[in-house]
Design a protein around this ligand. Structure first.
Ligand SMILES: [Fe+2]
Length: 272
C-alpha cells in the first residue's frame, strides 16, 4: 500500500526472481521419484516405503510449522493449518462446525476458529487409515527411528529453514514449500497409488492424498499475498528470503531422491 512506483517495480522483479527459483528448481522440474510413481509400477514394498517416509516427514512438519510465524496474521494462518492438521476440520464462517471427519467429506476451505476437535479428523489418522491395509499400524509409521538418513535430513532442514528464528529466512522457506507442494507432486503420487490399488485389489483409502492435493492450490495463492506483505516489513531482506527458499527446496529434493534410491536398490535386488 502506498508504495512508490519504483518500489513496486522492484517488488515485481523480486517476485519474478523467487518464482523462477521455485519453478525452475529440479525438485519441481524433474522429480525422478514422483514421476516414476505416476507410471504405476509400485510394488507392495515401494508403497510401504513411501507411506513410512512420508509419515515421518508429516509428523515432524508439525513441529516446524509451530515455529514459522512472522506476523500476527501469519501466526493465525499458521494455526489454521496446524489445528486442521491435528483434527479440527475447516468450516465456513457463520456455518456450524463440520460434523464430518472423513477426508473425502471435510471441506478444504474455511476456518478452524470455533470448530470442533476430533481425533479422527487428524491428518495423521487419515494416513494411518491408508496404511493399515498395507500392514502398517501406529507403531510402524511416523516415528523418528523409521526415517532414513534422507528423511531425517529433510525434517532437520524444515526445522532449520522453515522454522528459522530469522523471520525472513522462514518466510522464504514457507513460500518455497507451499509453491513446491502446489506444483503437482500430489497428483503424481495419487496416479501411482490409484494404479497400485487396482493392481493389488487392496481396499485403500486415498482420502489423505486427495484432500491434500485439493488444498494446495489455495495455499500457493496465499503465498503471493504473503510475499507482498512480507516485502514491506522492516525485517525483509531479499538475500535471506532467497536463502530460506533455496535451502528448503534442496532438502525437499534430498527427501525424494532418498526414496528414489531405495526403490532402485529394491528393484536391482529383485532382478539380481
Ligand atoms: Fe496435512
Amino acid at each position: 500500500m502506498g508504495a512508490s512506483l519504483e518500489a513496486s517495480m522492484s517488488f515485481k522483479e523480486f517476485q519474478a526472481k523467487v518464482d523462477h527459483i521455485v519453478h525452475d528448481h529440479p525438485v519441481v522440474t524433474s522429480n525422478a521419484y514422483t514421476k516414476w510413481v505416476a507410471t504405476g509400477q509400485m510394488t507392495d514394498e515401494d508403497v510401504r516405503d513411501l507411506t513410512i517416509q512420508f509419515s515421518v516427514f508429516s509428523h515432524y512438519f508439525i513441529e516446524a510449522q509451530l515455529l514459522n510465524a512472522q506476523t500476527l496474521e501469519q501466526y493465525h494462518a499458521g494455526k489454521e493449518i496446524l489445528m486442521n492438521e491435528l483434527g479440527v476440520s475447516f468450516h465456513t464462517k457463520g456455518d456450524a462446525a463440520s460434523e464430518a471427519d472423513d477426508p473425502d467429506k471435510v471441506p478444504t476451505e474455511g476456518t478452524v476458529n470455533g470448530g470442533k476437535y476430533r481425533h479422527t479428523a487428524a491428518h495423521f489418522e487419515w494416513l494411518l487409515r491408508f496404511a493399515q491395509p498395507l500392514g502398517l499400524g501406529f507403531n510402524e509409521i511416523g516415528k523418528w527411528k523409521l526415517g532414513t538418513k534422507s528423511t531425517h535430513h529433510f525434517c532437520n532442514a524444515l526445522k532449520e529453514w522453515y522454522g528459522n528464528p530469522d523471520p525472513c529466512v522462514g518466510a522464504g522457506a514457507s513460500y518455497a514449500v507451499e509453491n513446491w507442494a502446489a506444483a503437482g507432486f500430489w497428483k503424481e503420487l495419487i496416479a501411482g497409488l490409484e494404479a497400485y490399488t487396482k493392481q493389488s485389489g487392496k481396499k485403500l483409502n486415498l482420502g489423505f492424498w486427495h484432500w491434500h492435493d485439493m488444498v494446495e492450490d489455495q495455499h500457493a495463492e496465499h503465498t503471493q499475498d504473503e510475499l507482498r506483505e512480507d516485502y514491506d516489513e522492516a525485517w525483509f531482506n531479499e538475500d535471506d528470503y532467497v536463502r530460506g527458499a533455496t535451502h528448503i527446496l534442496d532438502a525437499v529434493k534430498v527427501f525424494w531422491d532418498g526414496l528414489n534410491e531405495s526403490r532402485i536398490q529394491r528393484a536391482q535386488t529383485v532382478t539380481a
